[in-house]
Design a protein around this ligand. Structure first.
Ligand code: AMP
Ligand code: ZN
Length: 684
């Protein structure tokens, strides 16, 4: 068989199996067979890049990286929906629309899925673009990420598909996948995701589509938009979408009266608890598109649709005790300990009380009968107090004044809603948190030690900070519970091996507030070693005060110096200065250096790095002998900055072959110095 035919056959087969598995939930081959075919396709495609196709089933694994998401104006505005909370609200709505349209009205009832709105664009039956709702007029283009979602068809089936159209829906994260992601986060000692909705919309904005591909996202579609669509009603468009291969929710119903709408609502208010994803209501839509047109829109929503929000389930129970939890960064969260109670099928014993203001606002007291609600969040919350049941001897809650873990007096900054424990160097959860961050994958990536061992070591008083790790010996850790010879050795070896971890990752591991991975890289590159990062400018000359002397304090000077580095803002600079002026931190860093960790960029990293181009801004355009990436790296290694478009701030334009005439003209107009590739190389 010809290769091209072979590739196409495999693509068709995989497309069909993908559809059966992810859209219809009814696979007909085993996962193993599927993977085998996919591997086959991938190797054929790799050997024959000339047959590349952006809709091939092999693109689902992702790989494309989006640095900045483009803003796209919606062709058809994405409206929000009016909300109703009772049967009366819905009856009022019906009365309003009956005044506008003639004749009988049918309604399509659908579930309201709680995820991230999305608009998918198709041209000639192929998926071409995905845009988030944004503000309704314009959203972000997230095509590469959405392409990895298995239930989004990349190539449609059937005939009479309009040349161009748009379909809207919701990207959701099913509960099961959400819990699984949280288990993994817990195992890595990371903060948990709060709810599936935020996690779904956050996923769409990840830069690396391969990461998105790993998330078990699903896409439910419920609304066609475009010109000359071959349908007359909402319900027909759902059926048609399903024929084309979209996952149009099965839980949709065409009804002929508002009473039947109520039946649908009552049924799903209970039945939704069995659904794999979160729903927060029902959407009722006038079925006939002609009637929809007659009704039109208000400034923010269609008049022909109405959302009905399910009441979040509330139960009342007794508040037995208020305790306080200390987070990794020292922030304090008050927790309500409740008499156990069932809500939406789960037993609840604890609820979040948020912060001191919340407790005061609701006047929540121990012994109160409180109403607890479980909405889209995993942690239930207290929404009200039943004052009629308040015990006579009840006393107002006095918020904790001291840390429950280390008894340090709590502080609260004006701009913060939360109290926090300032004892960052000795408060156990904070100490553990810093060490866990230090050993984590993206920082020092130390094998053989996990969050649990860190906990044991801290509690046993064997370590107080990350520098202590480097003094541990096998003999010392062996007596710990569940620690065998082999695991003790692995741990100590892992710690020793981490001494080779490059400077920028160590810098990230130090856990300086606001210094994430990217900032750590920037600082490492700029300062090249810890000593120059920590070096403080000279103090003003006190002996010789004259009016014109520079009286800026060293700390302020250092903040200025840091803030002058591109993309380092004032908050980061401030926090770095706090760190490097803290004697206790300096001592720890000093010990890390003595233990042999990399407190400077290595020779290899420094090789070819100069300051020759500091302060110079470059634009590169056209085709070059060396790769664009190498060219960019060369500029950056020498201290220069690469930007994507020409402006009066551009110093040099490096021009390659086939550069566009308009760019050339603009560069000439702005008087920018132009360099050929050769001239640039000579320059560095
Ligand atoms: P709101 O954000 O509360 O104004 O509600 C409008 C949003 O509900 C829309 O932007 C959609 O993302 C979402 N939605 C969920 N399910 C549906 C549905 N079946 N029909 C229309 N919108 C829906
Ligand atoms: Zn504390």
């Amino acid at each position: 068989m010809e290769v091209k035919t072979q590739i196409n056959t495999l693509r068709d087969e995989l497309r069909e199996h993908n559809y059966k598995y992810y859209v219809n939930d009814n696979p007909t081959i085993s996962d193993f067979e599927f993977d085998k075919k996919l591997e086959q396709l991938k190797s054929l495609e790799a050997a024959h890049p000339e047959f590349y196709d952006a809709t091939s089933p092999s693109v689902r694994v992702g790989g494309e990286v989006t640095k900045n998401f483009h803003t796209v104006k919606h062709i058809n505005r994405m409206y929000s929906l009016d909300n109703s909370y009772s049967i009366e609200d819905l009856k009022d709505w019906e009365a309003r629309i009956k005044k506008i349209v003639d004749g009988a009205i049918q309604y399509t009832c659908e579930l309201k899925y709680d995820g991230a709105s999305i608009s998918l664009h198709y041209e000639n039956g192929k998926f071409v673009q995905a845009v988030t709702r944004g503000d309704g007029n314009q959203g972000d283009e997230v095509t590469a990420n959405v392409r990895t979602i298995r239930s989004v068809p990349l190539q449609l089936k059937g005939d009479a598909i309009p040349e161009k159209f748009e379909i809207r829906g919701e990207i959701v994260l099913p509960w099961e996948g959400f819990y699984k992601m949280n288990e993994e986060r817990a195992a890595q000692g990371l903060d948990l995701y709060r709810n599936p909705r935020n996690t779904a919309s956050g996923s769409l904005k990840l830069q690396d589509s391969a990461e998105v591909a790993k998330r078990p996202l699903d896409c439910l579609l419920y609304q066609l938009a475009g010109n000359n669509l071959p349908v007359q009603s909402q319900f027909d468009s759902l059926m048609l979408a399903r024929k084309w291969g979209f996952k149009a929710p099965a839980a949709s119903k065409l009804v002929s009266s508002i009473e039947e709408v109520f039946e649908f609502i009552n049924h799903w208010d209970v039945a939704r608890k069995q659904l794999p994803y979160e729903t927060d209501g029902v959407v009722v839509k006038v079925n006939s598109l002609r009637q929809q047109e007659e009704l039109g829109f208000t400034a923010k929503s269609p008049k022909w649709a109405m959302a009905y929000k399910f009441a979040a389930e509330q139960v009342s129970t007794r508040l037995e005790e208020i305790t306080y939890q200390v987070g990794r960064t020292g922030s304090i969260t008050p927790v309500a300990n409740l008499e156990a109670v069932e809500i939406s099928g789960t037993t609840v014993r604890r609820a979040s009380l948020h912060n001191a203001d919340q407790i005061e606002k609701l006047d929540i007291r121990v012994g109160d009968e409180v109403y607890v609600e479980k909405g889209g969040e995993i942690i239930p919350k207290i929404v009200a107090v039943d004052l009629s049941k308040r015990p006579q001897n009840s006393v107002p809650t006095i918020y904790a004044t001291h840390c429950p873990e280390c008894h340090t007096e709590l502080v609260r900054k004006v701009e913060d809603a939360k109290h926090f424990c300032p004892n960052e160097m000795a408060c156990p959860p904070q100490v553990k948190g810093r060490i866990e961050h230090f050993i984590s994958r993206k920082a020092m990536d130390i094998d053989g030690i996990g969050a649990e061992t860190v906990g044991q070591l801290v509690e046993a008083g064997m370590i107080h900070n990350y520098a202590d790790l480097y003094d541990l010996t096998v003999e010392q850790v062996l007596p710990l519970e569940r620690m065998a010879q082999k695991s003790a050795e692995n741990m100590v070896n892992g710690i020793t091996a981490s001494k080779q971890v490059p400077f920028e990752r160590l810098l990230f591991g130090l856990g300086i507030r606001y210094v994430g991975e990217t900032v750590a890289k920037k600082l490492a590159k700029f300062y090249k070693n810890m000593d120059s990062l920590m070096a403080m400018p000279a103090a003003p000359d006190k002996e010789n005060i004259d009016l014109f002397a520079d009286v800026t304090s060293p700390a302020d000077k250092k903040i200025e110096e840091l803030s002058a580095i591109p993309e380092i803002g004032a908050a980061i600079a401030q926090s770095v200065v706090e760190f490097i002026t803290d004697k206790r931190q300096l001592e720890i860093v000093d010990r890390l250096g003595k233990a042999g960790l990399q407190l400077a960029l290595s020779e290899e990293q420094l090789e070819g790095q100069t300051d020759k181009l500091v302060g110079k801004s470059f634009v590169i355009s056209g085709v070059f002998e060396m790769s664009r990436n190498d060219l960019k790296k060369l500029i950056e290694d020498n201290g220069g900055k690469v930007s994507s478009s020409l402006s009066s701030k551009t110093d040099y334009l490096v021009r390659g072959e086939n550069m566009g005439p308009s760019k050339l003209e603009k560069a000439e107009k702005l008087g920018i110095t132009m360099l050929s590739e050769q001239e640039f190389i000579e320059m560095v």
